[in-house]
Design a protein around this ligand. Structure first.
Ligand code: ADP
Length: 405
């Protein structure tokens, strides 16, 4: 039997590990063959997998290994894959890694030295980076020969001018890494590649991409390169999100510390889990539930969200010196016609006008024929981007083997 080369893509969180498998040799011929996740890591792990047609291949409790044994869980996944995908040969694994700091402006093959550098970045992303690293070390433990590649959420934004990367803080803080990094970079990079395929005339354009999901941010990109973005040092900055407030006056934090005696852990809970759409509405962090709700606070949460998307999109237009196109992507951006309509309405003065029917039908191009600024809905695919990077690095390494492992 001839085997097809495949790349395993891993997106590891605190209690879940999402995975997908892509077959093919490069960007143009990548075929998604499998997606799934191990959830409940540390408590009661559950294994789910679907094929490309979204048929369930597996769904059940995983009690063969210890609940927190990441190497054991990944070992299970690899064994399961060997049985399930008999015509596939795994050639590499690509990981979504939240933080590449100032050091990594592109994906990198994992070596012990790279791993040490990623560990040094943990203080910049303490809630995410350790889980990304744990998945890499666990995979190395069960399959040491498998090449692994780290793909960063920050890397795409390294092209921004210095003004967009610096806080107005004393230099020594900037020098030690307190900077605006920006996130969702793999999503923006995917859109930067897709948009010119859909609209070749926009290859050099100034585009605001609205990545609106449970985490949300915007990116202003020119000719497919990031000019500015709304997230900053952490994924808390910028837009209000499902449970995060987005940009707030830092004086609020001083007030909460002084007047309410809040420490870092309590502030972290407030800012990551209790704010945003959930905090404002008191109803839900899910945009669908808010749009369906009769509760006036739910309506306020939606309005607050759309207001900030439009306001910050206009700020990005200023950073780019103009606006030639808008793209909506991610859970809310791809699926919520009412949110797209309200954001577009607020950007009308910049020349953004939707075709109501096209918007409701979720067409690829949803702007009115006479809209100066064309507007698109483009589903993002961070996993495909990771697979594409991983296989490209593997191909380069095959031609130029590293001098030392
Ligand atoms: P993540 O940031 O976790 O990757 P997604 O990009 O998948 O999140 O977005 C998830 C969010 O998308 C959900 O919380 C929900 O609010 C929103 N969403 C999904 N479908 C719809 C819909 N039809 N209408 C409005 N919002 C939706």
């Amino acid at each position: 039997m001839s085997h097809r080369d495949a790349c395993l893509v891993i997106n590891a969180g605190s209690s879940s590990l999402k995975f997908s498998v892509f077959c093919g040799a490069g960007r143009s011929d990548l075929e998604a063959v499998l997606t799934g996740q191990i959830s409940g890591i540390g408590t009661a792990p559950r294994f789910e997998a679907k094929d490309a047609a979204r048929h369930v291949l597996a769904d059940g409790i995983l009690d063969e290994v210890g609940p927190g044994d990441r190497a054991g869980l990944l070992g299970f996944l690899l064994t399961w894959m060997r049985h399930e995908l008999r015509d596939v040969r795994l050639v590499a694994a690509g990981h979504r890694v939240v933080h590449g700091g100032t050091r990594f402006d592109a994906p990198v093959r994992l070596t012990p030295a790279v791993l040490a550098e990623l560990e040094a970045l943990v203080p910049l992303a303490p809630l995410h980076q350790p889980h990304n690293i744990a998945a890499m070390t666990a995979l190395a433990e069960v399959y040491p020969e498998l090449p692994q590649v780290a793909c960063f959420d920050t890397a795409f934004h390294r092209t921004r001018p210095w003004q967009a990367q610096m806080f107005a803080l004393p230099r020594e803080l900037t020098d030690e890494g307190v900077r605006r990094y920006g996130f969702h970079g793999l999503s923006y990079e995917y859109i930067a590649q897709r948009l010119p395929q859909i609209a070749p005339e926009l290859a050099e354009a100034r585009v605001v991409v609205c990545h609106l999901g449970s985490g949300s941010s915007l990116c202003g990109m020119r000719a497919g390169r990031s000019v500015d973005t709304t997230m900053g040092f952490t994924a808390l900055d910028g837009l209000p999100m499902g449970t995060r407030p987005g940009a707030i006056d830092p004086g609020v934090l001083i007030y909460l510390m002084r007047e309410k005696g809040m420490g870092p852990d309590e502030l972290e809970r407030l800012l990551y889990h209790k704010s945003g759409l959930l905090g404002v509405s008191g109803v839900s962090n899910d945009m669908r539930a808010l749009l369906d709700s009769e509760n006036p606070q739910a309506a306020e949460a939606v309005e607050l969200f759309c207001f900030q998307v439009a306001k910050q999109a206009a700020g990005l237009a200023a950073a780019m010196g103009g606006l030639d196109a808008v793209v909506f992507t991610a859970g809310v951006g791809e699926n919520s016609a009412p949110v797209r309509a309200r954001v577009a309405e607020k950007l009308g003065w910049l020349g953004v006008h939707l075709d109501g029917a096209a918007n409701r039908a979720r067409a690829t191009r949803i702007s009115a024929a006479d809209s100066r600024v064309p507007v698109f809905v483009i589903p993002t695919d961070e996993e495909r981007m990771i697979a594409s990077h991983t296989l490209a690095i593997l191909a380069r390494n095959a031609v130029h083997p590293p001098l030392a492992a």
